[in-house]
Design a protein around this ligand. Structure first.
Ligand code: DQA
Length: 148
């Protein structure tokens, strides 16, 4: 059984009402329920948290050491700006899947750059809320392969 931490960053608490044409109508509570259900279905465990604060997200990654086997991270706009989050992932060496609801590569140029991509196991973007399911499945598969 693997324990996963699903982290959502700034403005994702507004999911459902925030630019629904870009991010859809699914709320954060629904996304989190989906994550819990996907992990439960495979006999694993997911824990979800959200913060609008960069330092809180850095500390959540630090605190994940020894508690979680992997992280699914939608860092929102910090993806494109935060060397601190990139360093937190590489310092803790917790396998992390970078996730975005929207296809960041098909949007404004400033969203094409991700500081997290170089330290993440991989990136999933453009699949809306279903991306969380894909990210959890990909992370579980990665962890199982790494344990062989
Ligand atoms: C996002 C994409 C980011 O560019 C944006 O700042 C977000 C959400 C996504 O899930 O598509 O806040 O991470």
């Amino acid at each position: 059984m693997y324990s996963l931490l699903v982290i959502n960053g700034p403005n994702l608490n507004l999911l459902g009402t925030r630019q629904p044409e870009v991010y859809g109508k699914t709320t954060l509570a629904q996304v989190e329920s989906l994550c819990l259900a996907v992990a439960k279905n495979t006999g694993d465990k997911a824990t979800c948290m959200q913060s609008n604060h960069e330092g809180t997200l850095v500390e959540a990654i630090h605190d994940a050491r020894g508690k979680y086997d992997g992280i699914v991270l939608n860092a929102g706009a910090y993806t494109h700006t935060s060397i601190a989050l990139m360093d937190a992932i590489s310092s803790t060496e917790i396998p992390t899947v970078e996730l975005h609801l929207s296809n960041i590569h098909a949007r404004e140029e400033f969203r094409h750059k991700s500081y997290l991509a170089s330290v993440a196991v991989g990136q999933i973007c453009g699949f809306g809320p279903n991306g969380y399911k894909l990210a959890i499945e990909a992370l579980l598969h990665y962890l199982a392969e790494a344990a062989k």
